[in-house]
Design a protein around this ligand. Sequence first.
Ligand SMILES: CC(C)(COP(=O)(O)OP(=O)(O)OC[C@H]1O[C@@H](n2cnc3c(N)ncnc32)[C@H](O)[C@@H]1OP(=O)(O)O)[C@@H](O)C(=O)NCCC(=O)NCCS
Length: 175
Amino acid sequence: MRIRPLTEADLPAVTGIYNHAVRHTVATLDTEEKTVEAMADWLAHHDERRYVAVGAERGGRLVAYGCLSPFASRGGYRVSAEVSVYVAPDSQGAGVGPAVCAWLTDYAGEAGFTTVLGLATSTNKVSIRMLERLGYERGGAIARIGYKHGELIDLEVYQRFYDDNIERCLQEGRP
Ligand SMILES: CC(C)(COP(=O)(O)OP(=O)(O)OC[C@H]1O[C@@H](n2cnc3c(N)ncnc32)[C@H](O)[C@@H]1OP(=O)(O)O)[C@@H](O)C(=O)NCCC(=O)NCCS
C-alpha cells in the first residue's frame, strides 16, 4: 500500500468513499452527500506542506484517504490540526485506517503542529481504538452536540501532543 498526496484524479473515488459514510454512518455528521466539485474545493484548501490530504493506493485503486485540516479558519488555530480518515467499506477492518492515521500523525509532528485533534462519535469504537493506539489522549466529550439517523451524538475529544513543537512555538512566538 502506498500513501501519497491526493490529486484531482482521485476525487471521484474520494467522493464515493465519503458519501458512503454520509449515507450509512454517524462517523460524519454531514447529512447531504457531496459532489465531486465540492470535494475539489475541499482539496484546494489543502496543501503539501502543512494541511495535507493523502490517499492510500493498493493495486492501483484508492482504498482510503485522510487529511489534516485547520480546526477552525481563524488565524490563531494555525498551530494545530484536526485529523480525518475514511476507508472504503470493502477495505475496512484490515489496518488501512490506522496506517493512514499513523502517517498523518507523524507528518503533523514534522510539520510543526502543537497538537492534532481527533473527534470521534462516541459509538465509533473503531475510530476511538485507532486514535488511542496512536497515542491520542482523551480530553473529554462534547455531549449531545449532534443528531443523525435517529441518534443524539456525543463527540469524544482526542488529542496527540508534540511537546517539542509546543516548546518551539512558545520560544519563537510563531506557529
Ligand atoms: C474508522 C476507520 C478509519 C478505521 O480504519 P480501519 O482500517 O477500518 O481500522 P481497523 O479495523 O483495521 O483497525 C482499527 C482498530 O479498531 C479495532 N476494532 C475493530 N472493531 C472494533 C470494535 N467494534 N470495537 C473496538 N475496537 C474495534 C481493530 O481491532 C483495530 O485495533 P487493533 O489495531 O488494536 O487491532 C474506518 O473503519 C472508517 O473509515 N470508518 C468509516 C469512517 C470513519 O469512522 N472515520 C473516522 C472519523 S474521522
